[in-house]
Each structure stands twice: as structure tokens, then as C-alpha cells.
Design a protein around this ligand. Structure first.
Ligand code: HEC
Ligand code: HEC
Ligand code: HEC
Ligand code: HEC
Ligand code: HEC
Ligand code: HEC
Ligand code: HEC
Ligand code: HEC
Ligand code: HEC
Ligand code: HEC
Length: 345
């Protein structure tokens, strides 16, 4: 009963959140989800336009121009420009021009523009001015990532700026030098077709999640390292209401693929229905067959069932020695059965 009430509350909360989200959508929304807004950060007279930026930041412009952002239908508003994210650029552009290459002055001038060097919150908010209405990202505020200060630009590169600089390894210190260099970008195609991610999965995630990496290195694992599955088949990195930011509740996430385990069955096993898949299986990887949390499946069953019978070695004495070994030799449909209340077939 208590559990039912709890579930109802959770569902109501989730529905409530949806309603609030829907109300945030305005008529300016383009496409299925993201509301494209022509935002002007800073006073309008300080907007200089992309042509002005191009004169010094050709590489950024070249890369940016290839992305979906550069080709948005902004519903008769001015198209998305550098300043949609970086804010009005006149003070910065003027000061850089006046600096005439002087290092100190150049550095001072670069402080005059928003460059995603602030707090994670500030950085994410800049992207969320538009992406707040997109279904994938609308829960970002609830994500562990937001809570731990991981902003959008830790994972996404809107114009591969970092990568260009990394490749230069010090040889391309100035914007002027970048201007004359046509960067070789072997990853560019992947980037453009893969949500502008800085790296592909799981490498992108392993950079910070070393423990998870070692879990997937176990002998039995979902084939994420082999590239047959992605972390985001189970998780939404942008946040959800579910535990561990899973795309659905734990069991629903699993039966999304393992449909034959979903039921409903005439005879349900409460271990599956109530406790859920992860009471017996580790989702990432395990040294044990079938991703079991225990090496001996038998011990797993006795964890809950020993108490029922009092005899630890054999739970139902009248079969005596026959019940040694794995319980699943006889209880073959332990995930649920339509034919037998004891899961024997
Ligand atoms: C006259 C040349 C010039 C113009 C015009 C110019 N910039 Fe810059 N910008 C620079 C230089 C030089 C730097 C410092 C680069 C460095 O340190 O590698 C810089 C740095 C930046 C940075 C990084 C700041 C930081 O803290 O690292 C951003 C973001 C930026 N510019 C955006 C823009 C945008 C947007 C425009 C157009 C509105 C623009 N710039 C126009 C020369 C210019
Ligand atoms: C969709 C938002 C967005 C747009 C539009 C955008 N930028 Fe950026 N820009 C960023 C982010 C985010 C960063 C920080 C890079 C990072 O953290 O990887 C950045 C960083 C930079 C930097 C600093 C490079 C560095 O290594 O830190 C420069 C210079 C720059 N942008 C120039 C431009 C120019 C020029 C344009 C227009 C062609 C532009 N940006 C358009 C989001 C944007
Ligand atoms: C001015 C509004 C606006 C801002 C600011 C903005 N975006 Fe977007 N973004 C959009 C729209 C609109 C789309 C297209 C959605 C679609 O086509 O469904 C989009 C698409 C994307 C995509 C998908 C691109 C693809 O190739 O599929 C990514 C990733 C993305 N944005 C990340 C970011 C990040 C990260 C930031 C902040 C650095 C940011 N956006 C800032 C409006 C914006
Ligand atoms: C921890 C890494 C991470 C962070 C932080 C992150 N993203 Fe993403 N984002 C991803 C991954 C991974 C995908 C690809 C999902 C997939 O392919 O299933 C993605 C996809 C997207 C897409 C494309 C969705 C689509 O349907 O094509 C958009 C837009 C986007 N992110 C915007 C954002 C914005 C805005 C933020 C910040 C509020 C953000 N992301 C923060 C990892 C991240
Ligand atoms: C088959 C589905 C699935 C895949 C694929 C998956 N996860 Fe998970 N992950 C889960 C589940 C379920 C949990 C919750 C674990 C629990 O309840 O004990 C979880 C938990 C986590 C946690 C929380 C900490 C922890 O270990 O309990 C992190 C971080 C995480 N996953 C990251 C990742 C990363 C990174 C990838 C890709 C390399 C990934 N996951 C792939 C299902 C998955
Ligand atoms: C820049 C570092 C960074 C990157 C990149 C990153 N994460 Fe995380 N992630 C964190 C931090 C920090 C936390 C919070 C602490 C923790 O649980 O490890 C977190 C938490 C999570 C959680 C929630 C764990 C929980 O207990 O609720 C999941 C799931 C997750 N990350 C998945 C991913 C996936 C999938 C990717 C790749 C698409 C990814 N992360 C990329 C830093 C990162
Ligand atoms: C995106 C689809 C997908 C999701 C979601 C998924 N799985 Fe799987 N799972 C697979 C595939 C495909 C295999 C097949 C074997 C392989 O890849 O080696 C598998 C294999 C397994 C196996 C058998 C491993 C073995 O040794 O044969 C178990 C147990 C399992 N999954 C449990 C889970 C649990 C528990 C969850 C939820 C946390 C889950 N799966 C979520 C796709 C999925
Ligand atoms: C009570 C413990 C327990 C629970 C809960 C449980 N499993 Fe299992 N599962 C097992 C055992 C034990 C095996 C190995 C069966 C065998 O030895 O043949 C197994 C095997 C599997 C297999 C591989 C063999 C097959 O039958 O396809 C998959 C896939 C699987 N489980 C998925 C799930 C999913 C999805 C859930 C949640 C809906 C779940 N399990 C819940 C104990 C459990
Ligand atoms: C998380 C605890 C838990 C685990 C682990 C677990 N079970 Fe159960 N199981 C239960 C509960 C609770 C019931 C319902 C008991 C009842 O109705 O009297 C049950 C019922 C059963 C029943 C039917 C009993 C009946 O009287 O109808 C069988 C058979 C069974 N489990 C076998 C297994 C086997 C085999 C395993 C190991 C693969 C296992 N269980 C693991 C909790 C668990
Ligand atoms: C040799 C086949 C066999 C093995 C092995 C076996 N069982 Fe059973 N089990 C049965 C049969 C048959 C029943 C039906 C009960 C009856 O007829 O008394 C049963 C019934 C049960 C019940 C319900 C009995 C009750 O009194 O409520 C549970 C719980 C159970 N088994 C758990 C286990 C566990 C845990 C293991 C492993 C330690 C296991 N079984 C190993 C054949 C087996």
C-alpha cells in the first residue's frame, strides 16, 4: 500500500513537471522541441555581427558554420550568431583592435566577452536560454551533472575550438596564426553527426568515470566498450527524475530491451517485480556469469529464501540432495511464469 502511494506521488510529480514544461513553450518554438530565440545578451548598440568576429576568429566561424546552430530557422528573427552565445561583442572587438598585438592589452580585452569560463551554472544557463524547452535537456537542473558542476560545454563543442587549440600544442598561440592555418580535423565528421560531442561514447564518459570504465572491463558486460551499446541507451546525461539519471525507472530501462522479462505474468516473482533487476544483476559489468551480483546464483537466492525454510543448504528438505547446486536448474522461469507458481516451467 505504502509503495503504491509512493509510486502515485512520483508519477504525479513527473506529470506536474511536464505540465510546467509545456507551459514554458512559446509560439517561437521551432521544430519538435527546442525554442529558438534570437537572444541578444547585452545592449543592442553593442552588437557588431558575425562579420566583425570573422576578421579575427576565422577558425571558429568556419567550424560553427557547419553546425545545425548556424542553419536555424529563427522564425523571421535574425539568425543565430556568435553573439547569441557570447553576448554583445563591441567592447571586446574594439579593445582587441586597439591592443595592436600587445600581450597584456590583448589579455585584458579577452576578459570583455563572455567565454564560458564562469561557473558551470552560468555556462549551462547560457545554453538553456533556448534549450530549456527541449525534451532531452529540460531536466538538466535535476541532473547529477548540473549538481556536480559539469556544464554543457564539458561534453559539447559548439565549434571545436578546444580541439583546434589542442592540436596546435602551443604553436598556434595567436588568433592571427589560427587565421592562416586550415586545421586538419579528422574527428569533424563524427562531431557533426554526433550531437556536437567532443568525443564519442564511451571515451567521453570514461574521461571522468574511471570506476565505470573498470566495471565495463569485467569479463561479463553489456557491450558498451565494443560500441554495440551506448551509455545513453540507459542514461540521460541531461538528467531525469529517475535514480542514476536512468532514462526510465531501473526495471523499465532494462525491459525496454529485454521485453520477455517485462510480463505481466500470472505468477510474478516479487524479487523481480518489487525489488527490480539490479537486486540480482549489475548493469555495467561483473566477473560472474549472466551479470549476477554473486558468483554463485544459489547464494543469491538464499539471500532472501534461507529464512523461509530455516535450512540454509537445502531450502526444501523433502527433495533433499537433489536441491544442491544451482536453484535455477529447477526454477527455470525465475523472472516470472504463466504456468507454475513455483517457477518450475
Ligand atoms: C581585432 C580582432 C578581434 C575581433 C574583431 C574579435 N576578437 Fe575575440 N579575441 C581576439 C583575441 C586576440 C583574443 C585572445 C585570443 C587568445 O588569447 O588566444 C580573443 C578572444 C576571444 C574569446 C575568448 C576569451 C577568453 O576569455 O578566452 C572569445 C569568446 C571571443 N574572442 C569572441 C569574439 C566574438 C564573439 C567576436 C565578435 C563579436 C570577437 N571575438 C571579435 C581578437 C578579436
Ligand atoms: C552555441 C553557442 C556558441 C556560439 C553560437 C559560438 N560560440 Fe564560441 N564558444 C562557445 C563555448 C561553449 C565556448 C567554450 C569552449 C569550451 O568550453 O569548449 C566558446 C569559446 C569560444 C572562444 C574561446 C576559445 C577557447 O579556446 O576558449 C572563441 C574565440 C569563440 N568561442 C569564438 C566564437 C565565434 C567567433 C563565434 C561565431 C562564429 C562563436 N564563438 C559562436 C559557444 C558558442
Ligand atoms: C539561440 C538559441 C540557442 C542557444 C543559445 C543554444 N542553442 Fe543549441 N540549438 C538551438 C536550436 C533551435 C537547435 C536545433 C534543434 C533541432 O533542430 O531540433 C539546437 C541544437 C543543438 C544541438 C544539436 C546539434 C545537432 O547537430 O544535432 C546541440 C548539441 C546543442 N544545440 C547544444 C548547445 C549548447 C551546448 C549550447 C550552449 C553552449 C547551445 N546549444 C546554445 C538553439 C540554441
Ligand atoms: C555529461 C555530458 C553531457 C552534458 C553535461 C550535456 N550533454 Fe548534451 N548530450 C550528451 C550526449 C552523450 C548526447 C547524445 C545522446 C545520444 O546520442 O543518445 C547529447 C545530446 C544533446 C543534444 C542533441 C539531442 C538530440 O536529440 O539530438 C542536445 C541539443 C544537447 N545534448 C544539448 C545539451 C545542453 C543544452 C546541455 C547543457 C544544459 C548539455 N547538452 C549537457 C552529453 C552531454
Ligand atoms: C544496461 C544499462 C546501462 C548502461 C549501458 C550503462 N549504465 Fe550506468 N547505470 C545503470 C543502472 C541501472 C545504474 C544504477 C545502479 C544501481 O542501481 O545499483 C547505473 C549507475 C551508473 C552510475 C552511478 C554510480 C554507480 O556506479 O552506481 C554512473 C556514474 C553510471 N551508471 C555511468 C555510466 C556510464 C559512464 C556508462 C557508459 C560507459 C553507463 N553508465 C552505461 C545502467 C546502465
Ligand atoms: C567532466 C566530467 C564528466 C563527464 C565528461 C561525464 N560525467 Fe557523468 N558525472 C560526473 C560527475 C562529477 C558526477 C557526479 C559524481 C558521480 O556520481 O560520479 C557524474 C554523475 C553521473 C551520473 C549519475 C550518477 C548518480 O549517482 O546519479 C551518470 C549516470 C553519469 N554521470 C553518466 C555519464 C555519461 C553517460 C557520460 C558520457 C556521455 C558522462 N557521465 C560524462 C562527471 C562527468
Ligand atoms: C539497449 C538495450 C539493452 C538494455 C537497456 C539492457 N540490456 Fe541487457 N543485454 C542487451 C543485449 C544486446 C545483451 C546480449 C548480450 C551481449 O551484448 O553480450 C544483453 C545481455 C544481458 C544479460 C545476460 C548477460 C550474459 O552473460 O549473457 C543480462 C543479465 C542483462 N542483459 C541484464 C540487463 C539489465 C539488468 C538491464 C537493466 C539495468 C539491461 N540488461 C538493460 C541489451 C540491453
Ligand atoms: C531474483 C534474482 C533476479 C532478478 C530480480 C532478475 N534476474 Fe535476471 N537472472 C537471474 C539469474 C539467476 C539468471 C541466470 C539464469 C540461469 O542460470 O539460467 C538470470 C538471467 C538473466 C538473463 C539472461 C538469460 C535469459 O533468461 O535471457 C537476462 C537477460 C536477465 N536475467 C534479465 C533480467 C531483467 C531484465 C530483470 C529485471 C526485469 C532481471 N533479470 C531480474 C536472476 C534474476
Ligand atoms: C530480493 C529477495 C529475493 C531473491 C534474491 C529471490 N527471491 Fe524468490 N521470492 C522472494 C519473495 C518475497 C517471494 C514471495 C514469497 C511468498 O509469496 O511467500 C519469492 C517467491 C519465490 C518462489 C515461489 C514461492 C511460492 O511460495 O510461491 C520461488 C520458487 C522463488 N522465489 C525462487 C527463487 C530463486 C530460485 C531465486 C534465486 C534465483 C530467488 N527466488 C531469489 C524474494 C526473493
Ligand atoms: C531439484 C529441483 C529443485 C532445486 C534444485 C530447487 N528447487 Fe525449489 N522447489 C522445487 C519444487 C519441485 C518446488 C515445489 C514445491 C513443492 O512441491 O513442495 C520448489 C519450491 C520452492 C519454493 C517454494 C516452497 C515453499 O515452501 O514455499 C522456494 C522458495 C524454492 N523452491 C526455492 C529454492 C531455492 C532458493 C533453491 C536453491 C537453493 C531451490 N529452490 C532449488 C524444486 C527445486
Amino acid at each position: 500500500m505504502k509503495i503504491k502511494i509512493l509510486i502515485c506521488v512520483v508519477i504525479l510529480l513527473a506529470v506536474g513537471a511536464r505540465v510546467v514544461q509545456t507551459q514554458k513553450l512559446t509560439e517561437t518554438s521551432v521544430g519538435p522541441s527546442v525554442a529558438a530565440k534570437a537572444i541578444a545578451n547585452g545592449s543592442p548598440e553593442n552588437i557588431v555581427g558575425t562579420d566583425r568576429c570573422r576578421s579575427c576568429h576565422k577558425a571558429e566561424l568556419t567550424e560553427f558554420s557547419k553546425t545545425a546552430h548556424a542553419h536555424l530557422d529563427m522564425a523571421n528573427k535574425p539568425a543565430m550568431t556568435c553573439e547569441s552565445c557570447h553576448g554583445a561583442g563591441k567592447p571586446h572587438a574594439d579593445a582587441e583592435e586597439a591592443a595592436h598585438g600587445d600581450d597584456a592589452k590583448t589579455a585584458a580585452a579577452s576578459k570583455l566577452i563572455f567565454a564560458f569560463r564562469g561557473s558551470a551554472r552560468e555556462n549551462a544557463d547560457r545554453c538553456l536560454t533556448c534549450h530549456v524547452s527541449s525534451q532531452q535537456q529540460d531536466m538538466f537542473g535535476h541532473s547529477e551533472h548540473a549538481a556536480q558542476g559539469v556544464a554543457c560545454n564539458e561534453c559539447h563543442a559548439t565549434h571545436l575550438v578546444d580541439e583546434i587549440k589542442d592540436q596546435s600544442k602551443g604553436s598556434l598561440k595567436t588568433v592571427q596564426a589560427t587565421f592562416f592555418q586550415t586545421p586538419e580535423l579528422p574527428d569533424e565528421t563524427r562531431w557533426l553527426h554526433n550531437s556536437l560531442l567532443k568525443d564519442s561514447q564511451p571515451a567521453l564518459c570514461y574521461k571522468c568515470h574511471a570506476t565505470v570504465k573498470s566495471q565495463f572491463a569485467q569479463p561479463v558486460h553489456h557491450r558498451v566498450p565494443e560500441g554495440l551499446m551506448k551509455c545513453t541507451d540507459c542514461h540521460n546525461t541531461h538528467g531525469t527524475m529517475n535514480q542514476a539519471n536512468l532514462i526510465k525507472t531501473t526495471t523499465e530501462t532494462c525491459v525496454g530491451c529485454h521485453v520477455e522479462k517485462r510480463g505481466p505474468f500470472v505468477y510474478e516473482h516479487p524479487a523481480v517485480k518489487v525489488a527490480g533487476c539490479t537486486i540480482c544483476h549489475t548493469p555495467h559489468g561483473s566477473p560472474n556469469r549472466m551479470l549476477l551480483v554473486r558468483r554463485e546464483g544459489r547464494q543469491l537466492c538464499l539471500q532472501c529464501h534461507a529464512g523461509f525454510h530455516g535450512e540454509v543448504a537445502v531450502p526444501h528438505g523433502r527433495f533433499s540432495f537433489q536441491t544442491s547446486g544451482e536453484c535455477t536448474r529447477c526454477h527455470v522461469t525465475l523472472h516470472g511464469s504463466n504456468f507454475d507458481q513455483y517457477f518450475l516451467r
